[in-house]
Design a protein around this ligand. Sequence first.
Ligand SMILES: [Zn+2]
Ligand SMILES: [Zn+2]
Length: 410
Amino acid sequence: MGSALTVCHACDALQQRPPIEGYGKALCYRCGALLYRGFPQAYRVTLALQLTALLLFILMATFPFITLELKGSREETYLLSAAAIFFNYGMGGVGLVVAATTLVIPLLVTITTLLLLVVSAQARALRLLALLVRFQRFLAPWSMVAVFALGVMVTLIKLQQSATLIPGVAFWALLALLPVLALAQLSLAAIALWPAVAAPSGVSAAAVTAHQAGLCHCALCDNLAVAATAASHCPRCGSRWRSEHSRQSTVLALLITGTLLLIPANIYPIMSVYNFGRGQPDTILSGIIKLIEAHMWGLAVVIFIASILVPWLKLLTLYGLLYSTLHRGGWRPRERALLHRITEAVGVWSMTDIFIVALMAALVNLGTVATIAPGPGAIYFCAAVMVTMLAAAAFDTRTFWRDVEKSKTC
Ligand SMILES: [Zn+2]
Ligand SMILES: [Zn+2]
């Protein structure tokens, strides 16, 4: 076999690396996971998009976001004041998460990607490249610009009946960022950051997986090494080979933590609305009921899906998948892998409610006229969403095919 081999990160299947024309994508023949994409001029397009994103982030951080006018009072809100509002109510942790996921981490991902592009062009600095790729992959799931944009839209619809809202430069910068970041993600997946490696000689053509072929596969740099002689780390990038047993017990611990956090998240109030000093706290559920009473059905459905359906369904699905890896062996591995991919993709949208609370509290901060305050439920909810995201990410989907693969060495 020559150098045109690749290994699926999700199921360990060893396969030929087909060339891609135009904007196509290569999927794993066994589990359907994305292997890589095609994107003409991917390097130049990614560079241009990330530089544009950098400029838009600067506009987003420095210009006014939304101005609210209500009963003669006027309040100009900056993006970071939506995060800072939590500190006023002794909930600084949530404030830091909001600031990090909407601005700081997306900005860091953009800067890291730019550095990564520069370093990948210098084919010799592989350890530095590995460090940047690891950092970028660590941060990327916590970049929530699109989820934040959904939160902004819901907030604007909720408030437009009772107040006048004027979008600022930062608001338009946020909208412009959405297609820029989405395209940049597609084009980045088409760049071959690492020099191709020749597969070790003597690999059996009958082997389905890298493991069966006696190979260790590096999830970071796609390197292949003969398992029998391999050290504990990938010789090219220095990553540790993945071991799955420790990971599945981590998943269980995270799932239990997520469940324990989600209960108080639903019991404690997430937000309180005060009009002329009068008002009452709302839990997630009572907030949805109020939306229905106000005939805002669309918003009620969005909040119900993001804040109740997705978090609980995600926990239950992950429990089920974990149970299946222990007791159901090779049962429908492809479907289970798809279920895991969906679970991982939708989980982040649960943060919508936290962003709505942040924006409402930052915008409606008009002293005795009207004030919206975050409640303690927001702390538990934010933590529950983050812990469940970690659980989905830590899940090793290769275990769905475990019936054919015993005693993994790397
Ligand atoms: Zn696969
Ligand atoms: Zn490696």
